[in-house]
Structure formats: structure tokens, C-alpha cells
Ligand binder design. Structure first.
Ligand SMILES: [Mg+2]
Length: 372
């Protein structure tokens, strides 16, 4: 029987010039860091994962080495223990699925029960744009065949959302109803240096009413991630669907929010919460409910493709997030660790029939960007 031989973790930094201004950050990003996880079995196969920084993982390799790589539930429990004490080390779960696929000679999406490798995707912008520029971006997404686009609101400037409504109006005027629109308010969590409080229900309600007027499909993260009562009241007060939960660490906390009626759309990311193993169970548990699961994917190309496999396996999502905001967030940046970027055509990303995740690393690029 093959066993896990070793786990290697490397850190990489891609300089960004010009910088990327992520709407949720508040600081310009002059570089984009990626941590790559490589898990080898004793037969020389390699599984890869990425998406978070594996903080605190070092020293825990022995908890996996020598084990059956296919014992994914067991490995997930260990990762859950590590997650409780340290960082989000779920990229190892992704790497183990890639390895498992190679052992079984099956793509991950099919191992998860999927029958169709085509994943419908929506264009997820990341930067703040002036109204005309935002309308240009929407038009370009429409021309590429995306069925939907997600727009960012200035989350924490006082009253900033009123200016963002103008941007949304420009987009609607330009593309009419031919593009489904979503708005991410980015109130669910903050960066460490951002100490402003999230919106309250009273602050989120007038935003929701404007989004309703403009026919927005979902309003994402309108409130703090733990504000169950506020989410429930907001859902009652508007016809706009309420989305959230992308970074909630514990799936049990997220389940409590879902069971309590917080969300129409729930968005945990396999690279950040629970891995593919945890989210496959979580997603299956939602099948008999009205809650739609469509994950956050805003990590890097490897995280994107892991979530695409998960969703092709589970089904049920109207579309999945495709982070894309050229030129400052194009595929050259998002997918720099991959030998081929994760493409979409006409709003559909088609996964490979190759074993595992069906992707390979750009080792030359990774050597050139290596930090340690
Ligand atoms: Mg979001």
C-alpha cells in the first residue's frame, strides 16, 4: 500500500506593479504571496494545494507521513485540530484530494460524484472603480459571455455606499438586464488594521432597498459574520438574496447561521474553511434546503480550481466565483503558480478529465518567486 512519504511547503511572492487595490483591504497590494503544498506518496506521486499560508503547520508533518493518503476523513480531522490552534491549513486537504485522484486515476470532480465537468462562472471584480470604468468592465464581461458580475462597494467609508449606487446605476444603464448583478458589501470580516465596525441592520437596510430597486440578485456580507438576528431581519425586509459566510472558520458556526435563517446563499471556500472534504459534506447537507452553496474563491488559481472541482462534484450552484478584474487582477497574477491558467469560455469553466485536479505547477515561475 502506498503511504504519504513527505509534505513540502514553499512560499512565493509575485511583485505587483502597478499595485492591486482590493476593495476590502484599504491598503494597496504591491505583491501577491502564495504558499504551495506538495504531498508525495511512497510511489512518487505528487498532489498539490494552495490558497492559504499554512501558518503553524510546520512541525505537524509527522501526523500525516506514513498514513494512507486515501484516509481523507482522518486527515481532515487532524487539519481541523490544527486549524483550531493555528492557521487555516486546508490547502493540504486540497493537495491530498489531488493525490487521491491520481491514485484512483480519476478527476476530483468525478470522485465527488459529479457527472458534468462544466462549471458556470460569474465574473468577480475585486477593485473599486469609478462609475464609467465599472460600466466598461461590465460591458467587457458581457462580451466575454459571463452571465453575471459581482461588484464591490466601498465598505467602510462613511456613507460611501451612496457613491457605489451610482456605479451600479451606470452598469444597469449600460448592460440593462443582460447581466445578473451581485454586490459584495464586505462587512462580514475586516483586515487586522481596519478597526471600523461592520454595518448594523439599520445601516444595511437602506443599502438593501437600493439594491432591490436596481434588481440585484444577491447582497453579500451586509453585516458582521456573527450577526444572526441582523441577517434574519434583513432577509425578511428585502427580496434581494442575502449571501455570506465566506471566512467563517468553523463549519459548525456556519451551520448555526444557516439553520438560524441567516442566508439565502452561503459561501465557504475550500481553501480557507474545511477543505474539499469538509465542504463536500457541508454542501450535501444543504441539498434538501433552500440555501444555495456557491463558494468564495478569491485566493489564487489553485484555490479557484479546487472549488470548481468541489462544485462540479456537488452541483446545485447557479454559478461559481471567477476572480477577474483586469488589468490589476488578471490571470497572469491570479494563476501565476500554474503552468496553464484556469480559463473560462462564455461563462463556463470546463474541468479536465485528467486525474486529480488536472493542473500542474509552473516550477520555473515558482523558483523565480520563491521566498525561502
Ligand atoms: Mg465576498
Amino acid at each position: 500500500m502506498t503511504t504519504i512519504d513527505r509534505i513540502e511547503i514553499t512560499h512565493h511572492r509575485l511583485p505587483l506593479a502597478p499595485p492591486f487595490y482590493a476593495a476590502w483591504d484599504g491598503q494597496a497590494r504591491h505583491h501577491f504571496d502564495a504558499t504551495i503544498v506538495r504531498v508525495f506518496d511512497t510511489d512518487g506521486r505528487l498532489g498539490i494545494g494552495s490558497g492559504d499560508f499554512m501558518l503553524g503547520f510546520e512541525g505537524h508533518e509527522d501526523l500525516f507521513v506514513g498514513c494512507d493518503p486515501l484516509d481523507l476523513d482522518r486527515h481532515n480531522r487532524v487539519l481541523s485540530n490544527i486549524d483550531f490552534h493555528y492557521g487555516r491549513c486546508w490547502p493540504l486537504d486540497i493537495a491530498l484530494w489531488d493525490l487521491a485522484g491520481q491514485i484512483k486515476q480519476e478527476p476530483v470532480w468525478r470522485m465527488l460524484g459529479g457527472t458534468n465537468p462544466e462549471v458556470p462562472v460569474y465574473a468577480s471584480s475585486g477593485a473599486l472603480h469609478e462609475p464609467e470604468e465599472l460600466a466598461d468592465l461590465a460591458e467587457s464581461f458581457l462580451a466575454l459571455g459571463f452571465p453575471a458580475m459581482k461588484i464591490r462597494f466601498r465598505s467602510r467609508e462613511s456613507g460611501g455606499w451612496r457613491a457605489d449606487i451610482k456605479g451600479l446605476e451606470h452598469v444597469r444603464a449600460r448592460v440593462g438586464d443582460s447581466l445578473t448583478l451581485m454586490v459584495d458589501c464586505n462587512q462580514g470580516w475586516q483586515m487586522p488594521w481596519d478597526t471600523d465596525p461592520s454595518w448594523t441592520f439599520d445601516e444595511a437596510l437602506p443599502v438593501a432597498q437600493e439594491l432591490e430597486r436596481l434588481g440585484v440578485f444577491w447582497m453579500e456580507e451586509p453585516l458582521d459574520r456573527a450577526d444572526l438576528d441582523g441577517h434574519r431581519r434583513l432577509r425578511d425586509a428585502t427580496s434581494v438574496k442575502i449571501a455570506g459566510g465566506e471566512m467563517t472558520r468553523e463549519l459548525s458556526s456556519l451551520q448555526t447561521m444557516v439553520d438560524g435563517g441567516a442566508f439565502d446563499i452561503v459561501q465557504p471556500d475550500a481553501a480557507l474553511v474545511g477543505g474539499i472534504t469538509g465542504l463536500a459534506k457541508f454542501g450535501r447537507g444543504l441539498r434538501e434546503t433552500n440555501t444555495i452553496f456557491t463558494p468564495h474563491t478569491w485566493t489564487n488559481g489553485l484555490g479557484v480550481v479546487a472549488n470548481f472541482h468541489l462544485m462540479a462534484g456537488l452541483g446545485g450552484a447557479p454559478f461559481v466565483e471567477y476572480p477577474y478584474d483586469p488589468p490589476t487582477w488578471g490571470l497572469d497574477r491570479r494563476d501565476y503558480m500554474l503552468s496553464d491558467p484556469v480559463m473560462q469560455t462564455g461563462g463556463v469553466a470546463t474541468l479536465s478529465e485528467k486525474a486529480g485536479l488536472g493542473i500542474s505547477l509552473d516550477e520555473e515561475r515558482l523558483a523565480a518567486t520563491r521566498l525561502d
